[in-house]
Design a protein around this ligand. Structure first.
Ligand SMILES: [Fe+2]
Length: 386
């Protein structure tokens, strides 16, 4: 399929992975010309002492910085504008983000406003911005969102009650620092949800219509690493597993940043509008979308099954089904729910979810075209569970 088309592959982010890699931040700041940084983070990371460790490194290197630690879950426009005002007032010419998906989204938005001006809602959409954002160093503290290597970010619009997606080739973070030490104290539930978001990124990149051998190979290797490291990374102090899980989640996003995403992420937007956290939403829908897509992507799911340890001498059908069974088995191992309940999506919101999924941009990338009837069937299967 890829042979007759021109499909670009981008990964402009410099990735520095390893224990103690946060010590490299001052060098990277100098390389990027950051003379005073705005350190964007959240209260949870301040309380966990991670922001303090980072401050120690910056102080030690005599690199001036100002802390903006008021980023909330699903950051809204006001927060971004507040951060940008502080940045301007303090004369910071670069951003360091320490955090999970929320601080990374807020930091990218502040970096964008730093050079493009206006309100963040002015820049909503794909490819709208004209000038490269201020330099940004992304330091993820969860293994999941992959935002550290993504040109896309989400900001909640408190006026419309909806999330705005902003994406541009210019918005890739120039540097991502992956230090597994930062994953030491991630709460179990958060580690499971963000891990399943990452797994979904890798699996979805196998079943879009923009996948190539480049994206497939990264996605398959990342799935293999996750199946090996997910359980020990979440439930034990196995730092090698946490390290592998962190790199695998970044790789998953490199794959899906290029191959794009499918139906699970299409569902995740209406779920998000009903305040279901993104990782939980993706985890809940992955097995049921996998079931729906399976007839159209058996060869790739068979490769996935082999990558995670299935015997390669089985026929393609058996292997593709085994990939689905392995995902369900993983859910049992981490005690993740096997169905959607009214707590996440009340029946009264069913039609709204279907309507909003239909208009999600990811619908067009999913390998199997899904009409309204299909979406209803998938949701009913998700309520019934496996
Ligand atoms: Fe995601």
């Amino acid at each position: 399929m890829f042979h007759d088309r021109i499909i670009p592959f981008s990964m402009p982010t410099r990735i520095i992975h390893g224990f103690g890699s946060i010590e490299r931040i001052p060098d990277e700041c100098r390389r990027l010309g950051i003379v005073k940084a705005l350190l964007v983070t959240d209260q949870g990371l301040v309380k966990a002492g991670l922001a303090q460790s980072l401050r120690g490194i910056l102080d030690g290197a005599k690199l001036p910085y100002v802390v903006f630690d008021r980023v909330e879950e699903d950051p809204c426009m006001n927060t971004v504008h507040e951060g940008e005002q502080l940045r301007q007032a303090e004369g910071c010419n670069g951003i360091i983000v320490l955090g999970g998906g929320s601080p990374l989204c807020a930091g990218k938005a502040i970096a964008l406003l730093g050079t493009n001006g206006g309100k963040i809602s002015d820049h909503q959409g794909v490819g709208k911005i004209k000038t490269a954002p201020l330099p940004l160093i992304a330091i993820p503290t969860t293994a999941g969102s992959g935002s550290e290597v993504s040109p896309t970010f989400l900001i909640s619009n408190e006026e419309s009650g909806r999330k705005m997606a902003i994406s541009s080739e210019l918005c890739y973070p120039p540097v991502a620092i992956l230090d597994p030490n930062l994953l030491r104290s991630v709460p179990t539930k958060q580690a499971i949800w963000s891990g399943l978001d990452a797994l979904t990124h890798a699996v979805e990149s196998l079943w879009t219509n923009l996948g190539t051998p480049l994206t497939d190979s990264i996605a398959l290797r990342s799935i293999q690493m996750m199946f090996k490291s997910f359980v020990p990374a979440v439930f034990t102090d196995d730092m090698a597993a946490k390290s592998e899980q962190l790199l695998a989640s970044t790789m998953a996003n490199i794959a899906c940043g290029n191959a794009k995403l499918g139906l699970v992420h299409a569902f995740s937007f209406p779920f998000g509008n009903l305040h279901v956290p993104h990782g939980l939403a993706c985890g809940l829908m992955l097995p049921f979308v996998m079931e729906f897509n399976l007839p159209c992507c058996k060869p790739k799911l068979a490769q996935m099954a082999i990558a995670i340890g299935e015997r390669p001498d089985q026929d393609e059908n058996a292997l593709a089904n085994a990939a689905l069974e392995r995902v369900k088995q993983l859910y049992r191992e981490v005690n993740f729910p096997s169905k959607v309940t009214e707590k996440e999506i009340p029946r009264s919101k069913f039609e709204q979810v279907i309507k909003e999924t239909t208009s999600a941009s990811q619908m067009r990338f999913n390998i199997r075209q899904a009409g309204e009837r299909d979406l209803i069937n998938i949701m009913e299967r998700a309520y019934a569970g496996f």
